[in-house]
Design a protein around this ligand. Structure first.
Ligand SMILES: [Zn+2]
Length: 104
């Protein structure tokens, strides 16, 4: 029944950008808003979770603003086997929503 399940997955909303995940952040130092696209096919590395029977995917990115300060902001994301986001951490900034990113 895996084929049926895979077909169904193709038609979920997540299929719109199935291979990418956008992250929106604001720099703690200067307030500059940044965004980056995580490529779920290329940017993730395998990582076994605590029980070692499932694989999670891990991604670390460092962003540096271009307008005001040049403080690095480090983003760490963990995805489950289906590449759904299950944990996110940030240093040097805050996560914001896409709406907040667009608003000015
Ligand atoms: Zn900054």
């Amino acid at each position: 029944m895996n084929i049926l399940r895979n077909l169904k997955a193709l038609f979920t909303p997540a299929a719109i950008d199935r291979s990418g995940y956008w992250v929106y952040i604001r720099c703690d130092d200067c307030g500059e808003k940044l965004r980056t696209r995580i490529d779920l096919d290329f940017d993730l590395s395998d990582q076994y979770n605590d029980t070692e029977d499932e694989i999670n995917y891990f991604c670390r990115k460092t962003l540096i603003g271009s307008e005001r300060c040049f403080s690095p902001i480090e983003v760490k994301l963990t995805f489950d086997e289906q590449r759904r986001l299950i944990d996110k951490k940030i240093q040097g900034g805050q996560f914001i929503s896409e709406e907040e990113y667009q608003a000015e």
